[in-house]
Design a binder for this molecule. Structure first.
Ligand SMILES: [Zn+2]
Length: 93
């Protein structure tokens, strides 16, 4: 397993029990690679900081305004957009 493999899969595994084969490989790699260990530590710190932050209360109507703004800007589809056209969205790889 290479460092790039560890980076790619580490996010998937951060929240799970490290029991799968890939996790074991990551663990083994981490044991031998200080770079990846440092990376994982900083990642964990970031995640834990975000978890301790309370979500700020939204002002009344802010959610609706946000949704409406996103719809108007085209970032969100309109609520009743009709049947979905197949093939318009490509799966990211
Ligand atoms: Zn590494």
């Amino acid at each position: 397993m290479k460092c790039s493999d560890v980076y790619r899969h580490i996010c998937d595994n951060l929240d799970q029990r490290l029991g799968t084969r890939r996790c074991m490989e990551i663990k083994r790699h981490l044991g031998a690679c200080p770079d990846c260990r440092a990376y994982l530590e900083s990642l964990k710190k970031t995640v834990s900081i975000y978890r301790t932050l309370p979500s700020p209360p939204l002002p009344k109507g802010a959610h609706e305004r946000l949704i409406r703004a996103l719809r108007e800007s085209g970032c969100l589809p309109a609520p009743a957009a009709g049947p979905r056209k197949p093939g318009t969205r490509r799966a990211k790889k």
